[in-house]
Design a protein around this ligand. Structure first.
Ligand code: NDP
Length: 488
């Protein structure tokens, strides 16, 4: 276990220094594996946000004028700093979030390191375009950083998603005011400690803690913030768009999902089965890319249902800190109640629970923890609330289809469009279905494969804009066309 006590204070990091919130107030930080408070979080407000934005604004001219090679070295040192303490980061992420430590070790922390490394390199390779215009001369596109960027992230993949925003913002030459979710702030605090240890330039990266409405909103609406990169729920995204959109800030919004997993009878059954267990329940189903609606071709439905349910029953819910655990705690009591209420709703809507469906009570110190059994439900149509609304927990529904058209129609039958998985051995069908599905990301015969150069984001209520690769560098810069006429 990470060595945090109830006295550990998660402080703001402004202009290279740590400070409590101006209000002097604190929030409790709860370990979801036990339900007990294990540290305190600065409960920041508008004045803290204002100090952070002022520090970022003052640091912008020097940081944005640094040669790309120097920004590269600073960001690489941040990546190295995390890598050197990766075990401590992984343990802290597991305690803060409830996720199995093995997952934090294999996914969250290494991917956070590679986010910084990738964008450090991107700073060196980023180039803009030019266009020759016959009879006139040449147009070239100047791409300059925006200024102060706000980076707001959720609790499910805390450091991983935090770094996914901060790294490109810094690489493009912006300074940053970032806020992690108050539910999982520990690794963001450790990132700030790392920045201080390596003497990262003061004011370039500022991290504020506290509640979304109290600390996040004043950052997003601050007149000196030019761009907002937000990942979180669709309702919060709407609120940010309604406020910051009116101020004409640049917005990138990665929002909720209700992803379909389309399984055709001609797929590689064994590979599909083991991956589908993972894509349903990894991180207790709390990954925006998890497939929560499993659509199976009718001819293999019975076989699938049997095999899938048997494998899910083998998933043991346990202590996140234990090396062997693959299903840990969900993130908070409130979230656990939300998940359980959706399981009740599914039954009211006529769903049959094939396995799970209940809170799991563990022994001893873990008896107050927030554990939910992996749950599989069948017998619901795609229009019911259980299949329309994001649950974001270890709950999946099963449904069938008979034709390719029906599969696509069911896949597209929600207001969301983040990711989709397709299982088939027919190349034509794979391409056709990938094109027809409303989603920003499609995996065929795989799930969660990651190439940092590819565009990442959703359509419909799943968001606006794309992260990843040079898409993020484009977002964090403002293009300016310069037209130069010369005698030809
Ligand atoms: P929320 O929308 O509740 O919160 C996200 C972040 O925004 C948190 O840091 C939150 O702070 C902050 N926040 C809340 N209100 C405001 C506001 N008015 N202004 C500025 N910031 C605010 O999402 P969750 O943390 O509950 O995360 C789960 C959601 O994230 C799910 O819907 C999931 O689908 C989505 N998600 C999307 C991904 C994608 O790539 N599309 C990836 C991962 C998750 P605080 O928590 O302190 O209130």
């Amino acid at each position: 276990m990470a060595k945090f006590t109830a006295m550990t204070e998660i402080l703001n990091f402004i202009d290279g220094r740590f400070s409590a919130a101006d209000s002097g107030l604190w929030l409790d930080n709860i370990d979801p594996s036990t339900g007990k408070v294990y540290s305190k979080i600065a409960r920041s407000g508008a004045s803290d946000a204002d100090r952070a934005v002022k520090a970022a604004k003052a640091a912008f001219p020097a940081w944005s004028k640094l040669p790309a090679s120097e920004r590269f070295s600073h960001i690489m040192r941040l990546a190295d700093g995390i890598r050197q303490k990766s075990e401590a980061f992984a343990k802290a992420e597991s305690v803060d979030n409830g996720k199995p430590v093995s997952l934090a070790r294999a996914v969250d922390i290494p991917r956070a390191v590679s986010n910084f490394e990738f964008y450090a390199a991107a700073a060196m390779h980023y180039a803009s375009s030019s266009h020759y215009t016959e009879g006139v001369g040449i147009n070239y596109t100047l791409r300059r950083p925006i200024g102060v960027a706000a980076c707001i992230s959720p609790w499910n993949l805390p450091l991983y998603l935090f770094s996914w925003k901060i790294a490109p913002a810094l690489a493009a030459g912006n300074t940053v005011v970032a806020k992690p979710s108050e539910i999982t702030p520990m690794t963001a605090y450790m990132l700030a400690e790392t920045a201080r240890e390596i003497n990262f330039p003061k004011g370039v990266l500022n991290i504020i803690h506290g509640l979304g409405g109290e600390a996040g909103e004043p950052i997003c609406t601050h007149p000196d913030v030019g761009a907002i990169s937000f990942t979180g729920g669709t309702e919060t995204g709407k609120r940010i768009i309604s406020q910051a959109g009116m101020q004409f800030k640049k917005l990138s919004l990665e929002l909720g999902g209700k992803n379909p997993n389309i399984i055709f009878a001609d797929c590689d059954f064994d590979k599909m089965l083991s991956t589908t267990v993972r894509s349903s329940f990894a991180n207790q189903g709390q990954i925006c890319l998890c497939g929560s609606r499993i659509l199976v071709e009718k001819s293999i439905y019975k076989r699938f249902r049997e095999a899938f349910t048997a494998k899910v029953k083998e998933l043991e819910v346990g202590n996140p800190a234990s090396e062997s655990t693959r299903m840990g705690a969900v993130v908070s009591e409130g979230h656990m109640k939300k998940i359980l209420s959706y399981i009740d709703l599914a039954q009211q809507e006529g769903g049959r629970i094939l396995c799970g469906g209940n809170r799991v009570k563990l022994e001893g110190e873990l008896s107050g923890g927030y554990y939910v059994a992996p749950t599989v439900i069948e017998g619901l149509d795609q229009q019911c609330r259980t299949n329309q609304e994001e649950i974001f927990g270890p709950v999946v529904t099963l449904d069938t289809f008979e034709t390719d058209e029906e599969a696509v129609a069911k896949a597209n039958a929600t207001p969301y469009g983040l990711a989709s998985t397709i299982w088939t051995s027919d190349l034509n069908r794979a391409h056709r279905t990938a094109e027809a599905v409303h989603a920003g990301i499609v995996w065929v015969n795989c799930w969660l494969e990651r190439d940092l150069r590819t565009p990442f984001g959703g359509v419909k209520n799943s968001g606006v804009g794309r992260e990843g690769g040079f898409e993020a560098m484009n977002f964090f810069t403002e293009p300016k066309n310069v037209c130069i006429a010369y005698n030809q």
